[in-house]
Design a protein around this ligand. Structure first.
Ligand SMILES: [Ca+2]
Ligand SMILES: [Ca+2]
Length: 379
C-alpha cells in the first residue's frame, strides 16, 4: 500500500521533495568522496557590491509587541543571493532563481519569534475543529487515475535508506505514509506527546493560511521573510554572518553526515532530525530558526524569474507581494508558492537553502515532515 500510494502522490509531492534534493543528481553521480573533499566553508559569491546597505525604518509602534512576536522595522534592503553554486561544494544549480540582487522596501510588521509549534497549532484546532489537508481523504476529482484503495489520508515523510544509495533518485528516501499528519508526524504510530515545543509539520499552504487568519495574523511575503531573516544586516550569506560555523559551531539545525542513510545524521549541530524551536541563538531581530529546522511558507507565488523582472523595472520594489501567478516552465503543472529557510534535512554539502537569500518552493496542497510556517502581523 505504501509504495502504491506513494506513486500516486509522487507528482503532487515532487515539488517539496525537490526543494531539498533534486539537484543532488548533479553532484553525486560519481566520485562522491572526491566531490565532498572539494567543499569549503564559505561559498563562492558574485560581486559583493551588488548589495547596498540596509536602511531600517526608524518608526516604532507604541506599546508592547504581541505575545511571542518581535518588531521588524522594515526599510530598504538588497534582496536575493549572489552565491554562485548550489552548495559549499561548488555545485552549480538552482540558487540562480535568487538572482539578481535587487532593491526592495517593506513596511514594518511584527513577526513570530519562532516557527509555529504543535502546542500553538493544537489551540487553533481545538478552537475551530480545523482539519488539515493531510487529514482529508484525497478525492477522485483531485486524483482521477488513482485506485479507490489508494485514496487514503496521509503525508510525506523522510525515510532513511537502509544502506548508501545513489543520490540521483530522491524517491528512495521520501514516502507517502498513510495516517501521517501534524498529530502523527512520523506516521500513525507516532504522536506529538512531549513535543509541544516542536514546530508543527505536515502543513500545506491553506493550513498555514487558516491558522494565521484565526490568530489575527497572516503569512509573510517573501520580501518580508527575507528582510526579517537578514536582521538589518547587509548582504550576509547566513542569518548570523558569512561563515557557516563560526568558532566551529553550527548556528542552525541542519543535517551533518552521510545522507540519507539510517543513522547517517550525526547530529553534530546538537540535533538528529527535527528540534524543538529556539535551540540556537536568535538573529539580530530576535527570530529563531530562520535557517533550518523546518521550511516556512511565504505568501508569494513562486516564479523563477520574479527577481529578474523586479530588477529590470529599475525601481525599488515597494512591499512586493510576489508575482500574479505561479511560473516555472520546468514544472508547469505543480502550482507552487515560495518556501524559505531550509530544514533539518539540508546539508552543508548540498541544499544550502539555509543561506538567507536563497529560495525554496512547494506545491500548495502538499506537506511533509520538514515543512511548517511562522506568521506576521501588520500594524
Ligand atoms: Ca541537525
Ligand atoms: Ca525554519
Amino acid at each position: 500500500m505504501k509504495n502504491k500510494t506513494f506513486w500516486i502522490f509522487a507528482l503532487l509531492t515532487l515539488s517539496i521533495i525537490s526543494i531539498a534534493y533534486s539537484y543532488t543528481r548533479f553532484r553525486f553521480t560519481n566520485k562522491e568522496q572526491k566531490t565532498i573533499a572539494e567543499c569549503h566553508d564559505v561559498p563562492k559569491t558574485g560581486e559583493a557590491s551588488a548589495f547596498l546597505p540596509t536602511v531600517e525604518n526608524k518608526k516604532k509602534p507604541a506599546g508592547k509587541a504581541p505575545k511571542d512576536m518581535v518588531w521588524i522595522p522594515g526599510g530598504e534592503f538588497s534582496m536575493g543571493s549572489n552565491v554562485e553554486d548550489e552548495s559549499l561544494c561548488s555545485l552549480s544549480g538552482v540558487t540562480k532563481d535568487a538572482a539578481p540582487i535587487h532593491r526592495v522596501y517593506v513596511d514594518g510588521y511584527y513577526m513570530d519569534k519562532t516557527e509555529v509549534t504543535n502546542e500553538e497549532f493544537e489551540k487553533f484546532v481545538k478552537a475551530t475543529g480545523y482539519i488539515t489537508v493531510a487529514e482529508q481523504k484525497p478525492t477522485k476529482e483531485e486524483f482521477p487515475t488513482a485506485a479507490e484503495e489508494d485514496l487514503i489520508t496521509g503525508s510525506v515523510i523522510f525515510t532513511p535508506t537502509p544502506t548508501a544509495v545513489n543520490l540521483n533518485n530522491f524517491l528512495q528516501w521520501w514516502s507517502y505514509v498513510g495516517g501521517a499528519d501534524w498529530k502523527h508526524p512520523l506516521g500513525p504510530q507516532s504522536s506529538i506527546k512531549g513535543k509541544e515545543k516542536y514546530p508543527v509539520v505536515h502543513i500545506t499552504y491553506e493550513d498555514a493560511e487558516a491558522y494565521a487568519k484565526w490568530a489575527g495574523k497572516r503569512l509573510p511575503t517573501e520580501a518580508e521573510w527575507e528582510f526579517a531573516a537578514r536582521g538589518g544586516k547587509t548582504g550576509e550569506i547566513y542569518a548570523w554572518g558569512n561563515v557557516l560555523k563560526p568558532n566551529g559551531k553550527f548556528q542552525a539545525n541542519i543535517y551533518q553526515g552521510h545522507f540519507p542513510i539510517k543513522d547517517g545524521d550525526t547530529g553534530e549541530d546538537g540535533y538528529k532530525g527535527i528540534a524543538p524551536v529556539a535551540q540556537y541563538s536568535p538573529n539580530a531581530y530576535g527570530l529563531y530558526d530562520v535557517a533550518g529546522n523546518v521550511w516556512e511558507w511565504t505568501s508569494d507565488w513562486y516564479s523563477v524569474d520574479y527577481y529578474k523582472s523586479l530588477k529590470e523595472s529599475g525601481n525599488v520594489a515597494k512591499n512586493p507581494q510576489g508575482p500574479n501567478a505561479y511560473n516555472d516552465p520546468k514544472d508547469p503543472t505543480q502550482i507552487k508558492r515560495v518556501h524559505r529557510g531550509g530544514s533539518f534535512l539540508c546539508t552543508d554539502q548540498y541544499c544550502t537553502r539555509y543561506m538567507v537569500g536563497t529560495r525554496g518552493k512547494g506545491e500548495i496542497r502538499s506537506a511533509a515532515n520538514h515543512l511548517g510556517f511562522r506568521c506576521v502581523k501588520s500594524i
